[in-house]
Write a protein that binds this ligand. Structure first.
Ligand SMILES: [Fe+2]
Ligand SMILES: [Fe+2]
Length: 177
């Protein structure tokens, strides 16, 4: 039920596109940061595979931002730096920590996309399909992280909880600014 003061459906969809655009940009930057450290190592190819998919996700939301004239978040410069730093720092902690970062981020994004997809109606069926397609790829990334021993990273639980909390804050802030 809609209450007075609730945002319109159009405003909600704009908010979705704004935050998803920023999130995919942040994801790309995380993998770039990881590649700067691990790109020549044995995990280089799998990181490049995930980064390439994030680039497609980002390009899709960049096109939606342009088509629908949605204002991008003012925080893009922050996600530029923070995403890269998160990737580079976790990669410097080791391959398993880098994979733990991927698992945590992708789980947070999976939840985020699942919630968006659940409220999009038939008038936004195409956007919902896009989000579901990307969500499946984010889950693939999570599974890659798990297959590459993310859970064996030192301090896995703490690291994972910190990164997930950070993602939630990033999402909440980006939806507003
Ligand atoms: Fe993505
Ligand atoms: Fe991803």
């Amino acid at each position: 039920m809609k209450l007075p003061g609730d945002e319109s459906d159009a405003a909600q969809v704009e908010r979705f596109i704004r935050v998803d655009h920023a999130g995919e940009y942040g994801a790309k930057r995380i993998y770039q940061g990881q590649l700067a450290v691990l790109g020549r190592g044995p995990k280089g190819d799998i990181l490049r595979h995930m980064q390439a998919q994030e680039q497609v996700h980002l390009d899709t939301f960049s096109a939606l931002i342009a088509e629908r004239r949605v204002r991008p978040t003012a925080l893009m410069p922050l996600w530029h730096v923070a995403g890269y730093a998160l990737g580079a720092v976790t990669a410097a902690m080791g391959e398993r920590a880098a994979m733990a970062c991927t698992v945590a981020v992708e789980e947070a994004i999976n939840e985020h996309y699942r919630a968006q997809s659940a409220v999009l109606g038939e008038d936004e069926a195409a956007l919902r399909e896009t989000i579901e397609t990307f969500r499946a790829e984010e889950l693939e990334h999570r599974d890659i992280g798990l297959a590459h021993e993310a859970e064996l990273a030192p301090g896995y639980k703490v690291l994972s909880a910190l990164i997930k909390a950070g993602c939630k804050v990033a999402i909440a802030v980006t939806e507003r600014i």
